[in-house]
Design a protein around this ligand. Structure first.
Ligand SMILES: *[C@@H]1O[C@H](CO)[C@@H](O)[C@H](O)[C@H]1NC(C)=O
Length: 548
């Protein structure tokens, strides 16, 4: 009897302890503190302490942080809302943890279907549909796949790992890399050049971009080099040839400058480096690799004065600049202009000021293709930007020749792609007809599906049908670098102008094995082109109509 009373008493105390720490944020810390209190409790025997300690753990597990009596749905929602806005993976992971903690569907809390569904959704968010652990698709890259090249309180430079490190399926794009530069307000990005060609896209902010480049004189065969500075703003596309010295100023008072880089190394496939002349210890100046007597001779100065200038810099690649310095660096720049109507053909042009190639109320698609833009010609690159209205979708469609490297600039959503190279993760779809698996011939298409959040990269190989859907909470903005783009065509598989709607009824009848009218009814129903209302948007509408 006494034991029972003690146990009950200890349990109650543990509950009090647990809830007492409910305000602390880190759950692990809370358990630790709870256990510590058990230990400190003077009146407990060792056995009671043990019960108390295990109860600390159990309470947290079961009640999801000691808030047992609150509405579980609310707890889950609050936890999810407390997750950071920031870049994809962190947020998804945080939300996934909330789900594991508060929405487990065990015991008396959270046993409803709602929790199960959400859990599935979170799993999908993390791993793609049906993914258990990190059985990742080869086509999706998140935060953890970026390597930090430079990071300081003033900004960061991250480079995505080589595509072939993830999968041999990406061999076709192994010579390309993706980088992200973020410079805080009122900063300077140290001058340097790369052994790589680059195309820069300004995803956010304003700044000044300066390059030193060759100016071939019209009248003489001698070429000279000259400094060119450009105002840059959101939507600008800038071609930087390999080896071109360049530097960047973020002159904005409060806004970050974010630049997404498409990089094609010129020395070795997939590998490149930055070369800083101006520098010291950090960034290191390449001049330091030369012997002092050689440099002294080359510059015609004494060795002592040389030593000083190559030892001072410690600030890193991105550094704070004073207002005066920024003013001096940003005066007299050339206007970016919309090439070919302003500025030079080699200057930046603004992708978002062009006329969209697709536009309706569900989204806009902007494109700059290599047939039209000389600067993109030798890279055989198309740069495009898709802006999805919240809840809208695009596709399915496929690129005839180009492989798309897509970067999620902002917003949330998901994409689905049919791929013959990955095994199907879709459950319950196949084999429903009862036919033996063995009797099927030809390829089988796996579904690649992933949640998309800001900062993620996904790849869509040529010929692979793909569709992208924006979340119902936010617009989705996707920047695409499409390589092998010359004479590429986007074949649409739904909507006005879809491939199937151009085939003869006999071809459809034979192809699908059902009467042509049935097929046509499906493929001719959608009147919009390219961008459509997404699945949830459609459902909401249908519900809306039936309510009336
Ligand atoms: C995207 O579309 C929305 C309207 O749906 C618009 O307000 C926004 O400015 C667009 N963004 C870009 C970058 O075009």
């Amino acid at each position: 009897m006494r034991t029972i009373t003690v146990v009950v008493f200890v349990l109650l105390s543990a509950l009090v302890l647990v809830s007492g720490f409910a305000s602390a944020t880190d759950p692990e810390k809370r358990v630790k503190e709870c256990k510590h209190q058990c230990k400190q409790h003077k009146g407990y025997t060792e056995q009671e302490r043990e019960i108390c300690r295990s109860q600390c753990e159990k309470e947290f597990e079961e009640s999801g942080g000691g808030r047992r009596h609150e509405d579980p749905e609310k707890r889950l929602r609050e936890c999810r809302e407390s997750c950071p806005e920031g870049r994809g993976q962190t947020r998804a992971l945080c939300r996934f943890r909330c789900q594991q903690k508060y929405g487990q569907g065990k015991g008396d809390v959270g046993g409803g279907k709602y929790y199960y569904d959400v859990e599935e959704e979170e799993k999908e968010e993390m791993f793609g549909e049906g993914g258990e652990e990190r059985e990742e698709t080869p086509y999706v890259f998140r935060d953890e796949h970026f390597l930090t090249k430079a990071r300081s309180q003033h900004g960061r430079v991250d480079i995505l790992q080589r595509f072939t490190e993830k999968s041999e399926l990406l061999k076709g794009i192994e010579n390309y890399r993706i980088g992200v530069l973020e410079a805080n307000p009122q900063t300077f990005v140290n001058p340097g050049h790369f052994d790589a060609d680059g195309v820069l896209f300004v995803a956010q902010g304003r700044g000044t971009f300066t390059i030193i480049r060759e100016d071939r004189g019209r009248t003489t065969s001698r070429s000279e080099i000259k400094r060119h500075s450009f105002n840059i703003e959101t939507g600008d596309v800038i071609r930087v040839h390999a080896g071109t010295p360049a530097y960047i100023v973020n002159k904005h008072e409060s806004q970050k400058l974010v630049i997404i880089n498409f990089i094609r190394p010129v020395n070795a496939p997939g590998t490149f480096e930055a070369f800083h002349g101006a520098g010291g210890e950090n960034p290191e100046s390449f001049f330091r690799a030369f012997s002092p007597e050689l440099l002294a001779a080359a510059f015609k100065v004494d060795r002592e004065s040389l030593q000083r200038i190559f030892q001072q810099q410690q600030e890193g690649t991105i550094m704070k600049a004073s207002k005066e310095q920024i003013r001096a660096l940003t005066h007299g720049e050339e206007g970016g202009g919309i090439w070919p109507f302003g500025g030079e053909s080699s200057g930046p042009f603004n992708l978002l000021h062009r006329r969209p190639v697709q536009r309706n109320k569900y989204g806009q698609l902007f494109e700059a293709d290599p047939n039209e833009f000389e600067q993109l010609e030798d890279l055989d690159l198309m740069v495009s930007f898709a802006n999805f209205t919240q809840g809208a979708m695009a596709g399915p469609f496929y690129n005839s020749k180009a492989t798309k490297i897509a970067y999620v600039v902002d917003g949330e959503g998901y994409f689905e792609m049919a791929c013959p190279h990955v095994s199907s993760t879709r459950k319950g779809r196949r084999g429903q007809s009862g036919r033996a698996e063995g009797s099927r011939q030809g390829p089988s298409y796996g579904q690649v599906k992933s949640r998309l959040t800001r900062g993620m990269v996904f790849i869509v190989p040529a010929g692979h049908p793909v569709a992208t859907v924006a979340s119902t909470n936010s617009n989705l903005q996707v920047l695409c670098f499409e390589v092998n783009a010359r004479d590429n065509f986007k074949f649409q598989l739904a909507g006005k102008n879809n491939v199937m709607s151009k085939m003869e009824s006999q071809a459809l009848e034979l192809g699908f094995g059902v009467p042509a009218r049935e097929v046509e009814k499906i493929f001719r129903n959608q009147n919009e082109e390219f961008f459509f209302p997404g699945p949830e948007m459609q459902q909401q509408r249908r519900r809306g109509y039936s309510d009336v």
